[in-house]
Design a protein. Structure first.
Length: 391
């Protein structure tokens, strides 16, 4: 309809996230494509998932699993999630009340934050942190309190600082280990420190464990489901995207005690109601065999080591990557430019895309460190490291 002269001027739309633009991952992937650069920026594999998964989803569609899934997810998938979590970490979540399948971890996080925090509440995040946390907190109307990881100690958590940041208004503490972007992981002492904080303060932990199956050098994942106390006070978020090389499937899940799950499901049912039925069935059948996720550490450790070895003599200083499929690289020997300028130069002049770590901070920050993703075919890693080593 055309506007009439007597119509009042359009009311300005409200901008709920005024400080937000397009995510750094989309920006860098678009820039990489425009310049034909090798994309070690956005975190996704450049190889396909197991053909058995293609077959499983086709089978599910042919079997008629094409209508709405139950709101919390199809039962076989929730059962497999309960079994996997119990087998690996010792805590068994209740299939009926404590497990909810979501549209990836991103939606799980948004649903949990919206459900469990609101105006007047504080939510603690450890910086640098994944880029969806702060917008989730903002949309909930809560305030983010940022506690820095200790960059001088390879981004270890300073639990005293976390404890000191807790106030009577603190509702949630968001943690993410193995950690994007730093590759840092928790050890048993960290988990004990987190336990002590929860015990003393009564806050709820939102633990983003999407890289739970990608730890290196024999380390075991220290997640909240390993501790009965933490399991009873935490929201555990994970996703099949990283685990099964299928980031485009966007199927994740959230495990939490029944009272918290009930709140999260209220939000979840009006965000998406439920997520892709055939894919849930496919994942349920694929999860019957633990081998694919148990093989993941060796698979990615080999890629990490290949990339590290190729860059060993370069002017990049690679920081320890103990988990995830990311490694940070300090470029201060190469350039004094800030990270966002450096990554553009790297794409335009050298044909390799990376993510500036400043994108994981809310306020301007510059350590001259970029993140590379090594979830790539060996040929891709070799081609990229060849270019990077020549700088
Ligand atoms: N949390 C972290 C730490 C991530 O790295 C990602 C994606 N790479 C997500 C959440 C989102 O996962 P999903 O793609 O399943 O939404
Ligand atoms: N989590 C991925 C990363 O850190 C990107 C996900 C996305 O593009 N939204 O690179």
């Amino acid at each position: 309809m055309n506007e009439r002269a007597d119509m009042p001027a359009a009311r300005a739309p409200i901008d709920r996230l005024p400080w937000v633009g397009t995510t750094i991952f989309s920006v860098m992937s678009a820039l990489a494509a425009r310049h034909g650069a090798i994309n070690l920026g956005q975190g996704f594999p450049d190889f396909d998932c197991d053909p058995a998964l293609h077959r499983a989803v086709t089978d599910a569609m042919r079997a008629g699993h094409n209508q709405y899934a139950p709101m919390p997810g199809v039962l076989p998938l929730r059962e497999r999630i309960a079994e996997k979590t119990a087998a690996l970490y010792g805590h068994r979540y209740d299939v009926e009340q404590e497990i909810t399948v979501t549209a990836g971890a991103t939606q799980a996080i948004m649903a949990a934050v919206l459900a469990l925090s609101g105006p007047g509440d504080e939510v603690i995040v450890l910086e640098p942190c994944y880029d969806s946390y702060q917008p989730s907190i903002d949309l909930a109307g809560a305030s983010a309190v940022r506690v820095p990881l200790d960059a001088a100690r390879n981004y270890a958590v300073d639990w005293d600082r976390v404890h000191a940041a807790i106030t009577p208004r603190t509702r949630l503490l968001i943690v993410n280990f193995p950690h994007n972007p730093t590759g840092q992981v928790l050890d048993a002492a960290d988990l004990a420190a987190l336990e002590a904080i929860v015990e003393r303060s009564g806050i709820t932990v939102l633990s983003d464990e999407v890289y739970e199956h990608i730890l290196f050098d024999g380390r075991a994942h220290q997640g909240v489901a390993r501790s009965p106390l933490l399991a009873s006070r935490s929201v555990l978020v994970s996703s099949f995207g990283k685990t099964f090389h299928a980031t485009g499937w966007k199927i994740g899940y959230v495990c939490a005690p029944a009272a918290l799950s009930a709140m999260i499901r209220k939000v979840h049912q009006f965000m998406v109601f439920s997520v892709s039925t055939p894919m849930q069935h496919a994942l349920a059948s694929y999860l019957e065999d633990p081998k694919p996720y148990l093989d993941l550490p060796a698979f990615y450790q080999r890629k990490r080591d290949r990339f590290l070895a190729a860059l060993a003599g370069s002017r990049f200083r690679l920081l320890p990557s103990r988990g995830t499929y990311f490694v940070l690289a300090d470029y201060s020997e190469i350039s004094r430019e800030p990270e966002d300028v450096f990554v553009r130069w790297l794409i335009e002049r050298h044909g390799v895309a990376a993510i500036p770590v400043c994108a994981f901070y809310r306020e301007a920050f510059d350590n001259r460190v970029v993140r590379f993703c090594f979830a790539k075919r060996d040929e891709t890693l070799d081609a990229a490291s060849g270019k990077l080593a020549a700088i």
